[in-house]
Write a protein that binds this ligand. Structure first.
Ligand code: FAD
Length: 415
């Protein structure tokens, strides 16, 4: 049995804590916030996404991003700034956006998403307290051209053994009778699922407390005490903390956490927003993505959540009204019975998706230190991949070969 110290109490930190403690390790989670709102794991769309097997860095992504940069209300925006980190991240993103890399990454992304879904099903079987809804995902699109592209992606899904079907507008109306849509059709992924993210976070915290996991809340990790090839302790705002193993799960702040350790962990925070209507005029039955607008729609009990936009503009704690407007305008375009007035008085939530340049997370040990690992960089899939990341990390921390080959996820791949 080891003592494992996990930095970051987001979905990835809590999932790693859960599976490490199930293997009999003593676990401490160190979190600078209070586990109610910090980080990205609370107000997101809560999708479990086997359908998302194409990484963010894919052919055409750079061209699309450059086009969208001219429009502040577009789904993706990079604020041009003179930053060596941003330039080198962009260069690596571009290098990763090749058909060959996507071909290599897609089967792994499909495999880990499906494995994570199975673990969520296990968690729900233990205690069904986070609103798991297993009724699939519709990606609805407005143009025939986009529908053709979705048909092509559905073909790729079939090749990976993933069910996917193309549905015409009439078929979608039959599946979602309560929401009128102005669309050409949709791709339907029956294996996708969704849940209420903040409820899941509360459930994970409860499960960890029951297992005796220790939490150090309001504790900011500020540096490291190093031995020869080992970490001896983390320095925190409440003094030094020692353990046998250390895991960096600080989301978009992970690069600043490892500063001074001579490691390369390139990452940009991809800021996204969500708007939750507690009593919407209309409600969907299942998760729906507004395809061209990249807006995610999640049914949440009586309410509905709309989440979207990816803004690479540093870790600025400020709401950009143009990005929020972009989401509202998209909703009204796809769902003509909604109006901008439905969103009046709704407070936008935002979070920073931890984005690695190649769209794959960092999972595993660093070669430079015998007892330091990373579990971070999950971008738009952190909720989906939380449990499988936790399980794989628990194997790494127990010095066992991981049950899925995670060579492509090495945190040393940019060293
Ligand atoms: C609008 C939107 C919609 C999304 N929808 C989905 C979705 O449908 N499905 C999906 O899978 N993903 C989705 N995501 C992405 C998902 O939310 C993230 O991938 C995930 O939350 C990242 O989890 P994390 O644990 O890595 O990081 P975080 O949740 O950000 O947690 C990191 C934690 O580390 C703590 N921390 C940082 N620095 C320190 C320090 N120095 N000391 C101590 N603690 C520290 C932070 O306070 C924070 O709590 C969405 C994101 C957004 C913005």
């Amino acid at each position: 049995m080891k003592h494992i110290l996990i930095i970051g109490g987001g979905i990835i930190g809590l999932s790693t804590a859960y599976y490490a403690s199930r293997r009999g390790h003593r676990v401490t989670v160190v979190e600078r916030g209070d586990a109610t709102h910090d980080g990205c794991s609370f107000g997101n769309a809560g999708y479990i996404t086997p359908s998302h097997f194409i990484p963010l860095a894919a052919p055409g992504a750079v061209r699309l991003a450059l086009r969208w940069m001219k429009d502040p209300e577009s789904p993706f925006y990079v604020r041009p700034r003179l930053s060596a980190e941003l330039l080198s991240w962009g260069w690596r993103f571009w290098r990763a956006s090749t058909p060959r890399r996507v071909e290599r990454a897609a089967p792994l992304l499909a495999e880990i998403n499906l494995a994570s879904l199975a673990l969520y099903e296990e968690l729900a079987a233990e205690a069904d307290d986070f609103g798991l809804q297993k009724n699939g995902l519709l990606i609805v699109v407005r143009s025939d051209r986009a529908l053709e592209e979705e048909a092509h992606v559905a073909e790729l899904a079939h090749r990976l053994g993933m069910p996917a079907e193309i549905v015409d507008a009439k078929g979608v109306a039959a599946m979602e009778p309560e929401i009128r849509m102005s669309i050409a059709g949709a791709a339907f992924y029956p294996r996708d699922a969704c849940f209420a993210p903040a409820t899941l976070m509360g459930s994970m915290k409860r499960r960890l407390e029951e297992r005796g996991v220790q939490f150090a809340w309001d504790t900011n990790v500020t540096g490291w005490r190093l031995g020869n090839d080992r970490v001896e302790a983390v320095r925190t705002s409440r003094g030094d903390l020692s353990a046998d193993e250390y895991v960096v799960s600080g989301g978009s702040w992970s690069p600043s956490i490892v500063r001074g350790l001579k490691l390369k962990l390139p990452m940009q925070g991809g800021k996204g927003y969500s708007l939750t209507l507690p009593h919407p005029p209309h409600k969907s039955k299942r998760a729906i993505i507004l395809g061209e607008a990249r807006v995610a729609v999640t049914p949440l009990g009586e309410g509905i959540r709309f989440g979207g936009t990816m803004e690479i503009a540093g870790l600025q704690e400020r709401v950009n009204p143009a990005r929020v407007r972009g989401i509202v305008k998209a909703v009204v375009r796809y769902f003509p019975d909604f109006t901008a007035d439905d969103f009046r008085g709704v407070d936008p939530w935002y979070g920073f998706r931890p984005c690695s340049p190649d769209g794959l997370p960092y999972v595993g040990r660093f070669a430079r230190y015998a007892n330091l690992s990373a579990a971070t960089g999950h971008a738009m899939m952190g909720m989906s991949l939380g449990p499988i990341t936790g399980k794989l990390m628990s194997e790494v921390l127990s010095d066992e070969p991981p049950s899925i080959d995670i060579g492509m996820l090495s945190p040393d791949r940019y060293a």
